[in-house]
Design a protein around this ligand. Structure first.
Ligand code: FCB
Length: 487
């Protein structure tokens, strides 16, 4: 039962033996709202996700994050797992509403105490903290000014970033100011599928812009408070034309502008791309100059010590007439025919990962990359032996680490790889059904069970290269034995 992923690049690209450099960061990632629970502990304020999750029908299965993985209480156990796996990095996020519960003004020291304890413990164990500041959980109080749609969100974010950096700046080596600006813009403010659940195209453009502006402003404010590297994390989706028809080629280029270049270009110092600016002008009418004001692009660019890359899949694009619900002249059509997919139907394309890293290296030279997320939904749960034999996650992991190695062999400057996710967790509007973890979580008891993929990853990390056999857990004996026993 070996799942074959499409070959990527040319045959000589294969890099199964690529040895990752000394000091490469190997880790896993989580975010506060998805794992912490304890939503009323230590003076935490209400966040936009608390409000959104309470809306009828907002969360599949009707779940909420009141307990989630209970990691606010069980964080030491989580670090034990990270340490046992031999990982040298852990990406997590600070919950904004634990630090500035009312969105402006008063800072809650108990929230900061919690993260300080956690970070000190990580450092004592040789685990580099990679700290995200905004993983989508803005304090609800800021919605009175429109949340990210309001320009005042920039100042609110700076207040928060300064409070955190003031306390922790001397010991955090990697900061991620913003996680996935495009997803905040699209799901939070354009489609209303994520908090704060707004559907406003023009507002969504403003929200995305303010998220970037807040990155720039926070960078300037944090710079004197930390020697850690500061960057933002983008979810980048290579856009491929469905055919070689020029209309589809234009659709892929346009979509690349919307999803990728609209964020890459201003962050990495080139300002917003003209072609996409024209698309936005047309889509919202009346131009965007009152949103993107004079001087804004200069305040965003040149403030990325590295770029965080979240990679999951690609988008196969075809031309389409704009219309209701389709602001731009393109649509996602997916790959025609059979392709490997995750349990959620996401196309698995490690070759696109290599191509993306090559492209970033070529088109935005000089900015180190950190893979801040990469992972897949597979629903495996414990079998009769109590273990989780998630063979497909092992294959996914191997294929993507190899794909990254290929790009690095060609010169891409990648500082580390952080798998999404350490734990099965609260997957936003999809609730608890999709499981992304290297570690299985029993949401009734909070029990953590490292999956076979976790052990396989640990072997790769120990060796500093992709080792072991594809499609097998390192201790495949157990699997074979138990299969023997149960016929
Ligand atoms: C990313 C998010 C992360 C998680 C993964 C699956 O978009 O940053 O919180 O939901 O996708």
């Amino acid at each position: 039962m070996t799942l074959r992923f499409p070959e990527h690049g040319s045959p000589e690209d294969r890099s199964a033996t690529f040895r990752f450099p000394e000091g490469f960061l190997w880790g896993a990632a989580t975010s506060a709202y998805q794992i912490e629970g304890s939503l009323e502990t230590d003076g935490r304020g209400v966040s936009v996700w608390d409000t959104f999750a309470a809306r009828e029908g907002a969360i599949e299965g009707g779940g909420d994050a009141r307990i989630a993985c209970d990691s606010y209480a069980r964080w030491r156990e989580d670090l034990d797992i990270v340490e046992h796996l031999g990982l040298n990095a852990y990406r997590f996020s600070v919950a904004w509403s634990r630090v500035v519960p009312e969105g402006r003004g008063r800072v809650e020291p108990r929230g900061l105490d919690h993260y300080e304890r956690q970070i000190d413990e990580m450092l004592a164990r040789g685990i580099a903290p990679v700290v995200t500041l905004n993983h989508w959980d803005m304090p609800e109080a800021l919605m009175s000014d429109g949340g990210w749609m309001g320009r005042s969100s920039v100042d609110a974010f700076v207040e928060y970033a300064v409070a955190v950096a003031d306390r922790l700046g001397d010991r955090v080596p990697w900061w991620i100011t913003q996680n996935e600006p495009w997803i905040i813009q699209l799901l939070g403010y354009q489609l209303g599928l994520h908090a704060p659940g707004i559907r406003d195209l023009r507002g969504s453009l403003a929200a995305g812009h303010h998220v970037l502006l807040a990155h720039g402003a926070a960078y300037d404010a944090m710079r004197p408070l930390t020697s850690g590297r500061i960057g933002a994390g983008l979810n980048l989706l290579p856009c491929v034309p469905a055919s070689d028809d020029p209309a589809d080629l234009a659709a892929a280029h346009g979509s690349d502008g919307y999803v990728n270049r609209w964020f890459l270009d201003p962050l990495l110092g080139e300002g917003y791309p003209d072609d996409m600016r024209a698309h936005w002008d047309r889509a919202i009418g009346g131009g965007i100059d009152d949103i993107v004001r004079a001087g804004d692009e200069e305040a965003i660019g040149g403030r990325s010590d590295f770029l965080g890359v979240n990679f999951y899949t690609h988008r196969v694009m075809a031309a389409a007439e704009p219309g209701p619900g389709r602001p731009f002249p393109w649509k996602v059509v997916g790959t025609a025919g059979e392709v490997p997919r995750t349990d959620e139907g996401t196309e698995i394309v490690p070759g696109a990962f290599t191509d993306l890293l090559r492209r970033l290296h070529r088109e935005y030279p000089g900015t180190p990359l950190l893979i801040t997320e990469n992972g897949a939904i597979y629903g495996d749960s414990p079998t009769h032996d109590g273990e989780v034999h998630d063979v497909r996650r092992i294959q996914y992991l191997r294929a993507h680490i190899e794909a990254m190695g290929t790009a690095m062999q060609e010169g891409a400057d990648v500082a580390g790889y952080l798998h999404w996710s350490l734990l099965d967790n609260f997957e936003w509007a999809l609730g608890y059904r999709p499981r992304f973890g290297l570690v299985y979580v029993d949401f009734r008891t909070g029990e953590r069970i490292p999956k076979d993929s976790a052990r396989h990853y640990a072997e790769i990390v120990r060796a500093g290269r992709v080792v072991g056999r594809e499609g097998t857990a390192p201790d495949a004996g157990t699997l074979v034995d138990s299969l023997g026993a149960f016929g």
